[in-house]
Design a protein. Structure first.
Length: 489
């Protein structure tokens, strides 16, 4: 248990943990070693852990970003292991640290380990502005203010929602087949008025489920048998904290969301793809544009072909909205293009003919029907690029298969020849040492027959080596006789 005191001189929060250590507030980006914020003499005497904090501070006055680093002895042990991939040997969450302890020290008392130091680190008053957390000047997107549902003064009035949210999903959802349970959390979920089911893990404010809940993402990564992470974050907050979208550097996100609680990644392309269907049911042009703008922020800069294609559709729809195109025509055009890009028209059975050079949208098929097609060269370029990439991958796979077959057969022929050479050497030795009682003619015939056999196998090897020019340029007879391949005319 942690006892908290308030320092009237600097407005900071101090306290003590179970072992009686005084928890003095620290400055942003501060670091240190040992108690009270890192273990000492664990697992062995002399092992001292180090800690570091970031800049973000929770409403309770504790740092949201805190990191724990292994002692030098354990670092050297990890570095000597070829299986190590953890940089700096640090842990950004309590869960990742617990996983390491359980894996590296089976049977260790996890509860005693965490009780030996304080995971929560109080911030100095300098980290706060007028009692509120300082916000970094990061990315802003054209997103509406996060709407909050009616909040009750007493959490008990809402049937258990700690945030007092009358619209909490834990109260409203009545599913026949309940989803996987969320993992127990003693970090953010231990904070007063923070609800696991309806509060953003990054800003602690309520989420908004309007328009299909496009403005938030839930981490459904499996963190234990039968448990998912289950923490929720505003897309806006994640983008501002560089935990969503496409982010370079060490985090390396590509249209993904990074959960700070469990370190799992969630693909956001499928999340953004649902925006189009959501927008079709909305009549407000402003709401549609805001939702599509969120999708643009999520997908912008991605290297995924699916994300690029979806981004073009979002940008195209926004442009049509701004130009005054009716909503019905916007989605109708998008549907027409989608049908074309997915191959709804068979080019093999239908000859397309442009009717008017000035209007390339009117196309006549061989059956005499005229189609009006909204053509977007950028989307068509992506489709062709994807198609060619699939062909090249198939070709590479086919060539790899042919290479492996040639490698196997050529090495087998080489080994067979080496075996014949060994037999020839043995037979020649026997011929040279033949006794008067032995039949030298029989031994000589055996040697000559072996030489003829070797010559035949060498010619066979030469024929097989013609595959160096490619299977397509090798005669059908060689492919059939030596590689077992039947080719068609």
């Amino acid at each position: 248990m942690e006892i908290v005191f308030y320092d009237e001189n600097n407005g900071s929060t101090t306290g003590t943990n179970e072992n009686g250590s005084l928890l003095m507030p620290v400055s942003p980006d501060d670091s240190g070693e040992g108690l009270p914020y890192a273990p000492v003499n664990w697992p062995n005497r002399g092992d001292t852990w180090t800690w570091r904090v970031g800049k973000r501070v929770a409403s309770t006055g504790h740092y949201l970003d805190r990191y724990l680093y292994l002692p030098k002895r354990l670092c050297r042990r990890i570095e000597s292991s070829s299986n190590s991939s953890r940089r700096k040997h640090g842990f950004a969450s309590k869960l990742s640290l617990e996983r390491y302890i359980r894996a590296a020290f089976p049977g260790a008392d996890i509860e005693a380990f965490f009780n030996s130091f304080s995971w929560k680190i109080p911030a100095k008053k300098s980290a706060l502005t007028n009692g509120h957390v300082e916000r970094r000047n990061l990315l802003t997107i054209p997103l509406e203010e996060m709407a909050e549902y009616a909040v009750s003064d007493s959490p008990t009035d809402t049937g258990g929602c700690k945030a007092g949210n009358k619209m909490c999903s834990s109260i409203l959802e009545q599913s026949e087949k309940p989803p996987l349970a969320a993992m127990p959390c003693d970090i953010c979920c231990s904070e007063p008025r923070f609800c696991h089911d309806c509060c953003c893990i990054l800003c602690s404010k309520l989420i908004n489920s309007e328009h299909g809940g496009y403005s938030h993402i839930k981490c459904e990564a499996l963190v234990d048998e039968g448990y998912i992470c289950g923490h929720i974050a505003h897309i806006d907050c994640a983008l501002r904290c560089y935990m969503a979208g496409t982010v370079g550097g060490s985090i390396g996100l590509d249209a993904e969301y990074y959960c700070r609680r469990c370190d799992a990644r969630t693909d956001l392309v499928s999340h953004a793809a649902r925006f189009l269907q959501t927008c079709e049911s909305i009549e407000s042009r402003d709401d549609i544009e805001k939702i599509l703008s969120v999708g643009v922020c999520i997908l912008g800069g991605s290297q995924k072909t699916s994300a690029k294609r979806l981004l073009i559709r979002f940008e195209s729809a926004i442009a049509k909205l701004q130009s005054g195109t009716s909503l019905e025509d916007i989605w109708k055009v998008e549907d027409s293009f989608s049908a074309i890009s997915t191959g709804a028209f068979d080019h093999g059975n239908s000859v397309l003919e442009v009717m008017n050079d000035e209007d390339p949208l009117n196309v006549r098929t061989s059956s005499g029907h005229t189609l009006s097609i909204a053509f977007d060269h950028r989307s068509e370029s992506l489709r062709l690029e994807d198609e060619i990439e699939q062909v090249l991958q198939a070709l590479r796979k086919s060539q790899d298969s042919e290479y492996k077959m040639a490698e196997e057969r050529l090495h087998a022929q080489k080994n067979f020849l080496l075996n014949l050479y060994q037999q020839l050497e043995k037979e020649r030795s026997e011929l040279a040492r033949c006794a008067s009682s032995a039949d030298p003619n029989a031994l000589l015939d055996a040697v000559l027959n072996r030489v003829d056999q070797i010559k035949r196998e060498l010619r066979k090897l030469k024929d097989m080596e013609r595959v160096a020019n490619g299977f397509g340029k090798t005669s059908k007879g060689i492919l059939k006789e030596h590689f077992g391949l039947e080719t068609q005319n």
